[in-house]
Design a protein around this ligand. Sequence first.
Ligand SMILES: Cc1ncc(COP(=O)(O)O)c(C=O)c1O
Length: 363
Amino acid sequence: MNRLVLLNPGPVNLSERVRQALQKPDLCHREPEFMTLQASIRSRLLRVYGLDNADWAAVLLTGSGTAAVEAMVTSCVPRGGRLLVMINGVYGERIVTMAERSGISVAIAASDWLSPLNLVAAREQLERYPDVTHVAAVHHETTTGRLNAIDPLAALCREFKRPLLLDAVSSFGAETINFDRWPIAACAATANKCLHGVPGASFVIVNRQAFAEAGAPARSLYLDLAGYLAQQDAGGTPFTQSVQAFYALDEALGEFMDAGGVAARQQTYRQRIERIRTKLSALGVAGLLPQADSSCVLQAFQLPQELGYEALHDGLKSRGFVIYAGQGRLAAGMFRISMMGDIGESDLLRLEQVLSDVLKQIR
Ligand SMILES: Cc1ncc(COP(=O)(O)O)c(C=O)c1O
């Protein structure tokens, strides 16, 4: 079968270099070779945003991005604390569900899914609930492709002295994350999106001091970040890790550094997505959000009324490209295109042609 180009928000097309890493020798997760691999990934993850090992730690998990976000949410909020959750899409709503299922009290600052974070509501909730200990937000809300503005939220968090829990699952590695200016206590992300690894490895970057000070109880056996942190700092791991996914992540991080790190990846994605946005616009398909509000990673487009999503998806897939449907209450009127992974110039040229062909054919 011909290669499918994945324009969904992860998993991504692998480079040959990362694919080869999956073939490395079988390894027991209790042997020193695994400890070396784990240590390499942990230090490379900190290097992505130039973080100092004395202040920050990367905690590695086996599981998808949801595992990392759930570990972060359930391991950071202390007993008697409350989590203020910023919602403007599916992933903000999911954080509320995670907290509630673990018995963590929540406060909500919601906005319409097509709107920015609701800072007015956040301020009201912080004033109303003095027991709020942490604020959770999604950096890139993949539901709509909005890159949430974290600067003003960070200012509010600093004003109320509340640390931030950031879901950066679909932004880590490609968008700017100001670890030095935003009061981040923890930031969750995954291997198989902007870092171009394979699914199965995810991680939380924790601020060592903020994490220790929170003194949160373990609410889960498997997703207990404190347990992972202690054992990984000591060169171990509490449970079997996905060795092959770790091999791939380590190689993907090497490839990422060689290519120029966050700035280079951001530029690559931005060039790709602007090109596709321009093409779609010429074909009469408008963006769901303005370009300036959208991430470089993924953008959402309005589904023209006369077009069904299935026809568009199937037409593109039969020609080698997988796009992504809308989610939740926006599902009926939109589709999404992501630009992560090993996508080359020939893929982009072909995509431009195929978009024209399919849209003309099904209209
Ligand atoms: C912002 C965000 N958070 C969390 C997740 C969940 O990640 P996963 O599907 O890897 O569990 C996603 C997935 O797309 C996401 O975009």
